[in-house]
Design a protein around this ligand. Structure first.
Ligand SMILES: Cc1ncc(COP(=O)(O)O)c(C=O)c1O
Length: 432
């Protein structure tokens, strides 16, 4: 299957490139009148003046429903809809090529509300074994309390196929580029399997494929083009880009929008308008230039690590040695068609955990351009050890089964000069 080109364009931005759309968004929007402002103002307000009971009632009726299409937007209360988040949602839809986007207060807010909006007690999730640590604990610690169980498989080895035949499986969940092992999910092959199984199922029990596209970002991969149902993101990472605001989003077809908005309304994980403003005004317009620079650094650092005699293994989809290099070249493409292997590297040093600790501590204490910190996708380069930090929710005896070497070191590349990054790493190697 080839990827379906998306982006329903209308009005002034017709035939504009994705790069320009990220800077300008929708020039005319129901969410804000741009005839005076170049940059939309930050809104700071929780409730809205309603000039009649009828208008209030209509607002509630229209909320999240198809009813609101082509009608005047009636704002009621910020937990329902809000101008800055509506603007961001329009921009995210353009970016990901989706009919709808719903924002949340964090990536985990988006993931939990999305799963709860499509699942009910007695249904199951089949998930890739390598997942962000808090997603793993959501699936293993929390959802079982509501009667939703998860089975972990290796989707890169097609282990999901057998399990999907179980009628109680409602969701297939994975990260397109997994955290931290950088496994790539073969979206066209997986969707072929799912379509085959869904042929025999009714709409209410068909398998819904939900993917986390945080590592790739929509600049490198647009999963909806391959037929994925719902894409979730942590906006805290590359899309926000500067490490100053938290946020999350789900992008999908219109038919999922209402339940996502209702889940957001009732679970309450709304995005702060100031955070929405930051992502709209600073994050998305600079995503392409930041990503390109970070990726250039990632390529240079990955090549340096690959040649280093003290390194056992480097995982980076831009290296020919990556086990899924051919798949990476097929799927990880910018809207302009360039290969986009991304901004993240994982690697393992030769030797035991003691050596890993010594290396990372040396970086933490001595590096100028690399900081020991969680999170990723920022302008500053960050280093961490997933097995002991971001993925510590995974019990130590289950790490190997999740595809994580406890000694694995994860690097999120920033926009610094690559020579400074390599000098800092080199100094840490020489300390061993
Ligand atoms: C792949 C991935 N998804 C989701 C999240 C959660 O995002 P947030 O921290 O914004 O809740 C993270 C956080 O690191 C992540 O790495």
């Amino acid at each position: 299957m080839t990827a379906k080109k998306h982006v329903a364009k209308s009005g002034k931005q017709q035939n504009r490139s994705a790069r320009s759309q990220m800077v300008h968004g929708q020039p005319i929007t129901a969410a804000w009148n741009f005839s005076r402002h170049l940059i939309p103002p930050i809104t700071s307000n929780t409730t809205y003046r309603l000039d009649s009971l009828d208008r209030g009632a209509r607002g509630f009726m229209q909320f999240g429903s198809d009813e609101s299409k082509n009608k005047e937007q009636i704002l009621i209360y910020d937990r329902l809809d809000e101008p800055n988040t509506l603007l961001l949602e329009e921009q995210l839809s353009l970016l990901e090529g989706s009919e709808a986007a719903v924002t949340f207060g964090s990536g985990m807010g988006a993931i939990s509300a999305t799963l709860l909006s499509v699942l009910k007690s007695g249904q199951k999730i089949v998930a890739h074994r390598n997942l962000y640590g808090c997603t793993y604990s959501l699936l293993t610690d929390w959802l079982p309390r509501f009667g939703i169980e998860s089975n972990f498989v290796d989707v890169t080895c097609k282990e999901h196929r057998q399990l999907l035949n179980d009628k109680t499986v409602r969701v297939l969940y994975f990260e397109c580029v997994s955290n931290p092992s950088l496994d790539l999910a073969d979206l066209p092959a997986i969707m072929k399997d799912v379509r085959q199984i869904n042929k025999g199922r009714s709409e209410s029990d068909r398998i819904i494929v939900i993917v986390d596209n945080t590592f790739a970002t929509p600049w490198a991969l647009r999963p909806l083009e391959w037929g994925i149902d719902i894409v979730v993101h942590s906006l805290t990472k590359n899309i926000g880009g500067f490490g100053v605001e938290m946020g999350g989003a789900a992008m999908c077809a219109k038919k999922f929008e209402r339940s996502l908005k209702l889940a957001r309304k009732d679970f309450g994980a709304i995005l702060n308008p100031k955070s929405a403003w930051h992502v709209t005004v600073h994050g998305i317009p600079t995503l392409a230039v930041r990503f390109e620079r970070q990726q250039r650094n990632a390529m240079a650092v990955a090549r340096f690590l690959e040649k280093h005699p003290k390194v056992e293994r480097v995982l980076y989809p831009g290296l020919k040695s990556h086990p899924q290099y051919a798949l990476a070249r097929k799927m990880l493409r910018t809207p302009e068609g360039e290969f986009a292997p991304g901004t993240m590297i994982s690697f393992v040093l030769k030797g035991d955990m003691g050596r890993c600790r010594k290396f990372v501590d040396h970086v933490a204490k001595n590096s100028y351009s690399i900081t020991l910190a969680v999170s990723l996708g920022l302008t500053k380069t960050l280093i961490e050890v997933p097995g002991y930090m971001t993925h510590s929710a995974i019990p130590k005896d289950k790490l190997a089964g999740s595809g994580i070497d406890p000694r694995m070191i994860r690097l999120s590349l920033g926009i610094e000069d690559e020579r400074d990054l390599i000098a800092d790493l080199d100094a840490a190697f020489r300390s061993l």
